[in-house]
Design a binder for this molecule. Structure first.
Ligand code: HGY
Ligand code: MN
Ligand code: MN
Length: 417
């Protein structure tokens, strides 16, 4: 008897629930620990062997055939602050439910698929408490050294290692070798709802250039210091923020998305001119050419800002992912599953990053979308309908069955392309 997905989704959404109807389950917080514990018990109750790896990825393995390789499905349970309850969590629960349905079908038929099945909750996909985003899958796919991830600190100076150990969330498990990966996620944009489609077969990802910058100034008295002598880091930062937004004027409408989304100010005192502002600049576009051009334009503007405000802007670190197609055979598998189920569908691009963005560079990867109402995400008002969640689960069940039977084997020699 398959589990009641909507009942599980409602229960899952109680962990870190906010008054505004969303969740706040930032990586390795108590709320993240609680939902991980609940999810691990759900997998264990259905015969999965549940483990955690060295960077807190939580996964369950179901072996039909000892020694056979695995296919992997999942997403992330962590959330942005005061955010929606669908982003990531829907995909983790749908992966578990789809895998359980496929396992039960094989058990009932006395058959076994070519591959064993694993389900994962990637640690810290959101990259808010600990930057960068997609951290757990970044370590597993070799894009981020484990030691770097574990030493990353949150704004209070707590390291990832300390935060994971406080939850007992760091283990010696090792994700098994995988032949393919599948993820289902909400679109986090308006295009599918506007087009009236229920299922998105993600064919490509936009690129992202994210920069952590520090604007350096000098403290002074807000009243007595002469204007001509001031090196006001907050004034410099204000000009950088508007310069980041001005970039879109150099590109066709909606082809470049930019914002400054995080800001820390020192000393943040009402009668003291700011000494330092630390900010996160986020640039997104379809191609790296556009982002390279946007970055060059920004550096020109920043040179003028430094001159005008007598501040210094330091680029401290960056986090980048480039556009690339998803496996064509996987896109077709999603289209076929949706068509067989009589569901409207379309090929879409993802403008947001996902763990699939990392994993697709390692093995053939499938990413499926369901609509986000009004495209709202990273917001307590994020919403997807029950009907769309269940339709997505039906499609994803066929994706799990297909990948477990080797549907992407031919694509494998394309090394994930
Ligand atoms: O950065 C991203 O796009 C992802 O949502 N973490
Ligand atoms: Mn997500
Ligand atoms: Mn997100």
């Amino acid at each position: 008897m398959s589990r009641d997905f909507l009942a599980d989704f409602a229960r899952m959404s109680t962990f870190g629930a906010t008054a505004g109807g969303g969740v706040d389950r930032q990586a390795a917080t108590d709320a993240d620990g609680q939902v991980r514990a609940w999810f691990g018990e759900l997998l264990a109750a259905h015969g999965f062997t549940v483990e955690q790896d060295a960077v807190g990825n939580l996964f369950g393995r179901y072996a039909f055939t000892e020694g056979a390789p695995y296919v992997l499905f999942g997403s992330h349970l962590d959330s942005q602050p005061l955010a929606g309850k669908y982003d990531g969590a829907y995909g983790v629960l749908a992966a578990a439910h789809a895998a359980i349905r496929v396992i039960e079908a094989h058990r009932a038929a006395g058959t076994a698929p070519a591959y064993n099945i694993a389900v994962v909750d990637w640690f810290n996909e959101e990259g808010c408490r600990f930057k960068p985003s997609m951290m757990g899958s970044g370590v597993v796919t070799g894009k981020l050294p484990l030691e770097t991830a574990l030493a990353t600190t949150d704004p209070r100076g707590v390291t990832v290692a300390e935060a994971l150990d406080r939850l007992g969330a760091r283990g010696d498990g090792l994700l098994p070798e995988i032949a393919a990966y599948g993820e289902i996620h909400i679109e986090q944009g308006p295009s599918m709802q506007e087009a009236g489609v229920t299922i998105g077969a993600v064919a490509e990802t936009w690129c992202a250039f994210k920069y952590e910058v520090v604007v350096h100034g000098e403290q002074g008295h807000t009243g007595s210091m002469r204007m001509a002598d001031r090196r006001d880091a907050l004034l410099g930062a204000a000009h950088v923020i508007t310069a980041v937004n001005d970039l879109i004027g150099h590109f066709p409408e909606e082809t470049l998305h930019t914002t400054v989304s995080e800001l820390y100010l020192e000393p943040n005192s009402p009668v003291t001119i700011a000494r330092e502002v630390r900010m996160l600049i986020d640039l997104r576009a379809e191609s790296t050419d556009e982002l390279e051009r946007a970055y060059a334009l920004l550096r020109e503007r920043i040179a003028e800002i430094e001159e005008r405000t007598r501040t210094r802007v330091e680029f401290v670190s960056d986090s980048v992912w480039r556009s690339a197609p998803f496996t064509e055979a996987g896109v077709r598998l999603v289209e076929q599953a949706a068509a067989d189920l009589g569901l409207t569908h379309a090929r879409v691009k993802t403008l947001a990053g996902h763990d699939a963005t990392n994993v697709k560079d390692l093995v053939p990867t499938v990413l499926v979308f369901i609509p986000s109402i009004d495209g709202i995400s990273h917001n307590e008002r994020e919403f997807s309908t029950d009907a769309d969640m269940l339709a997505g689960l039906d499609v994803f069940t066929r994706v799990v069955a297909g990948l477990a039977d080797g549907a992407l084997d031919e694509a494998a020699d394309g090394a994930g392309s």
